[in-house]
Design a protein around this ligand. Sequence first.
Ligand SMILES: [Zn+2]
Length: 258
Amino acid sequence: MPLTPDRCICLRKTEFSETSQILTLFTRQHGLLRVIAKGAHRTTKAGASKFGGGIDLLDAGDAVFTLDLEKQMGTLTEWRLIEGHLELRRNLRAMYLGQYAAELVGFLIEEHDPHPELFDRLEQTLSDLATVRLEEAFLAFELDLLRETGYLAEMSACVECSSTLTDREPAWFSPSRGGILCRNCESLVHDRIHIDVRLLRMAQSILRLPRSDGSAQRLPRLTRHQTDPINRLLVEHIEHTLGRRRRMHAYVLGNGNH
Ligand SMILES: [Zn+2]
């Protein structure tokens, strides 16, 4: 079996036995990959562990693994930790946003389907989450991910009548219709959520920014008060589209009070 090296971020982990882990890795060149890390927690007589005592959620590293497209799971043979995100782990909100970003990638990207640009964006976003720019960094990543995977909702024109909404008009969002509704059409749809059009404009302006430098410095400064309503809409839309509940969304949106 040929061994394949790649840069990876750990999106999910399950302790498989006392010594092993099953990991979902987002690899830069090979997309999502499920691997077993045998002996991850086993230490040698000298006290050394094969994978540094185990791989944690959001850890980034240089990995070597077996890659067999016929098989459901590969085997991790080497792991060198590049970034353990210690700063991010000290901030509960940052940790939740990081886990949520990882969960979204795990749900929206297919196995063995490479997205190197999204990989680089996630890597940059995880380091931005450890700064004061965490809210805008998360929102920008979420929007990029949705656009890249085809799950982005319609945010500029009414999905019923195609009229463009102005900043002064009231607007609603329908997760089932996948976009905004104007005041003439909102009564036609049952699952509507009221939304401030200015927040949608802000999301659109983030989507129009060039992604060349990949840093959160160019983003408008945002508070959780501004990002929560948009995150909520996007989550509702993804849930409706995928038809399953996101485990992490309650952390992002508060205590599930949506
Ligand atoms: Zn309309």
